[in-house]
Design a protein around this ligand. Structure first.
Ligand SMILES: *Cc1c(COP(=O)(O)O)cnc(C)c1O
Length: 230
């Protein structure tokens, strides 16, 4: 068994265990394999193990892999990095999900640039749940207004919320923020029942995220190994 296979199976086992501990069904928690900076050959190896959803942070790095792996027609590509306006077209044309929408301007561009023949682009609103000033994301009190704008755009489908948890050793503080995300999603679902996704939890806080209601874990390091400087 290759190291990559071992690591992938270990992550799957951790998710299984976390779901059991939290009393949640495993089918309610999806795994997004974050392949940023890793080569297409590694993505293909994990695909062969049954993984179908992959996350990319950089437009060009992601496009290279989407092109190289275009023969794997059932891969679902998620864009999870900061998105600049001048690169939105490639994302609108080639990805299935964008998880980092935090302003209406970029949402409008993505909707306009989504090709007519394709299904709507699935969108998550990135929430700055820790209210750290340097972090991107919409503030919790501004979610309703942004959601209304996004939901009115024909090229997009509002699917839920995403956050990048605060880097803190204070587990109670972190848990408080993750639980608040869960409440925010519930509130959103009252108006937008199609918003079924709560994207939170990375290699370091997978178990806590599952306990707090995550429906999508974004795991890079623990599957693909540490990343070099990009
Ligand atoms: C890199 C990244 C991840 C994966 O983080 P790991 O700690 O490597 O599992 C998840 N989400 C986002 C937005 C990222 O940029």
């Amino acid at each position: 068994m290759s190291t990559l296979e071992q690591q992938y199976l270990a992550v799957k086992a951790r998710i299984h265990q976390a779901c059991q501990s939290a009393g949640r069904s495993e089918t309610a928690v999806k795994l997004l394999a974050v392949s940023k900076t890793k080569p297409a050959t590694m993505v293909e190896e994990v695909y062969r193990l049954g993984q179908r959803s992959f996350g990319e942070n950089y437009v060009q790095d992601g496009m290279d892999k989407i092109t190289a792996l275009s023969h794997l027609t059932d891969i679902e590509w998620h864009f999870i990095g900061p998105l600049q306006s001048n690169k939105s077209r490639q994302v609108a044309e080639h990805f299935h999900w964008v998880e980092t929408v935090d302003r209406l301007k970029i949402a409008r561009r993505l909707s306009e640039q989504r090709p007519a023949g394709m299904p709507a682009l699935n969108v998550l609103l990135q929430v700055n749940i820790s209210a750290e000033p340097q972090k991107s994301g919409v503030m919790p009190e501004d979610i309703a207004e942004l959601a209304a704008g996004v939901a009115s755009l024909p090229g997009l489908c509002l699917r839920g919320l995403m956050c990048i948890a605060e880097h803190t050793g204070d587990e109670e503080r972190l848990a408080g923020q993750l639980r608040l995300m869960h409440e925010l999603l519930h509130t959103l679902q009252i108006t937008y029942p199609q918003a079924d996704t709560l994207s939170m939890g990375m290699s370091g806080d997978l178990e806590l995220a599952v306990a707090c209601g995550s429906t999508q874990l974004r795991i890079g390091t623990d599957i693909f190994g540490a990343r070099g400087a990009h």
